[in-house]
Ligand binder design. Structure first.
Ligand SMILES: Nc1nc2c(ncn2[C@@H]2O[C@H](COP(=O)(O)OP(=O)(O)OP(=O)(O)O)[C@@H](O)[C@H]2O)c(=O)[nH]1
Ligand SMILES: [Mg+2]
Length: 342
């Protein structure tokens, strides 16, 4: 249990279809401990990126510390490190072109300055112009979470619900993956643990109907945030996409602007596969934000840079561990500092 949380009674399990389960209350986080908590979260981010730091970052550091001058060879080696860290060819080219141009224009000779510039250029690539993610812009604010099986959708939904709950929102989670029986139980277990209500029906039920009921419940019971889990696998890929499209159509009948956000979850450890998943989903349904999970499990955290550059879709959150607090809102400066900071 998280240190500032105090459970004041477990939710009543209600197995009736479409029933909202009870809630767990959260004691407000003590003001004085905010900075301590922020520091803890920062440490978790740095720790979560340790594998990438051990490979990608330490190779860059070695490259810079083992040289006295900025020359062609340095750029060639930097290129190799970036490409082999899944930054991707296009993003690597862009980074190097920008760096080389600046070095020439500003007559840079110090490696320390070049290292700083690399950090700035990475921040530049990570900063996709987008409206800030603001769940207050609609009531209820509806988020649909999609992605192939196993990428971390259900766990991420629990983390998202926890994140916004600690910020004072009233989230409702929805078991829209009715394809796998275990998926419903998994989300229900997380909902109980986090202390948020869940809308669920029996396995095999029509996901669109579950979602429609959930929006109804959110409106009538005053939940201001609805987070919808969806299946990652069905009989075929086209079945899955058709299902997701249907959910969106049905949802819009209840709330025309919904979903306000559609997050595609990607497993960072899958490297190049993550790129092709973005392509596929983007062609079928509109994706407004990305979530990269399992960054703690890969040395190729550079994939974040490549995906930002390639698709121009903002990354909204990153997963850096299995704990409920291991989902961090994605902030380009913080990420770059956690990655490259000495
Ligand atoms: N290390 C690590 N593990 C994670 C992270 N996010 C999710 N996981 C793990 O990934 C596994 C799969 O997560 P799920 O949430 O079940 O994935 P899913 O996309 O819902 O899977 P399906 O329902 O089968 O489509 C679980 O064991 C999670 O604990 C993360 O950021 N770091
Ligand atoms: Mg799932």
């Amino acid at each position: 249990m998280i240190w500032w949380r105090k459970k004041v009674g477990l939710p009543e399990e209600n197995k009736e279809e479409g029933q909202v389960l009870g809630e767990t209350q959260i004691e407000k986080e003590p003001e004085l401990e905010n900075s301590e908590r922020r520091e803890g979260l920062w440490k978790r981010l740095v720790k979560g990126l340790q594998k990438t730091r051990d490979h990608f970052t330490s190779r860059i550091e070695q490259l810079f510390s083992g040289r006295k001058t900025i020359d062609r060879e340095l750029f060639d080696e930097l290129e190799e490190i970036l490409i082999t860290s899944d930054v991707g060819v296009a993003a690597t080219r862009r980074l190097l072109n920008n760096l080389e141009e600046r070095v020439e224009r500003e007559s840079i000779q110090e490696l320390e300055i070049l290292y700083k510039m690399l950090e700035e250029e990475i921040i530049g690539l990570l900063s996709i112009p987008a409206e800030p993610l603001d769940p207050n812009r609609a009531d209820p604010f509806v988020i649909m979470v999609v992605g192939v099986n196993g990428v971390g959708k259900t766990t991420t939904i629990a983390k998202l619900a926890n994140h916004w709950k600690t910020e004072g929102k009233k989230p409702l989670v929805v078991a829209g993956d009715t394809f796998r029986a275990a998926a419903i139980d998994q989300l229900a277990m997380w909902a109980e643990r986090v202390g948020v209500p869940i809308i669920k029906q029996r396995p095999g039920a029509d996901p669109s109907a579950v979602v429609y009921d959930a929006l109804d419940a959110a409106v009538s019971r005053g939940y201001d945030l609805v987070i919808i889990d969806t299946a990652g696998r069905m009989h075929t890929k086209s079945n899955l996409m058709e299902e997701l499209k249907k959910i969106r159509r049905v949802m819009a009948k209840k709330i025309p602007e919904a979903p306000h956000e559609t997050f595609l979850v990607l497993d960072a450890t899958t490297g190049q596969n993550a790129y092709s998943q973005v392509k596929t989903f983007k062609e079928e349904i509109s994706i407004s934000g990305l979530i990269l999970t399992k960054l703690d499990g890969t040395a190729k955290g550079g994939v974040v840079i490549g995906i930002c550059h390639e698709f121009g879709i903002p990354i909204r959150f990153i997963g850096v561990g299995e704990g409920i607090e291991d989902l961090r809102p994605f902030q380009p400066e913080l990420f770059a500092k956690a990655l490259l900071g000495h």
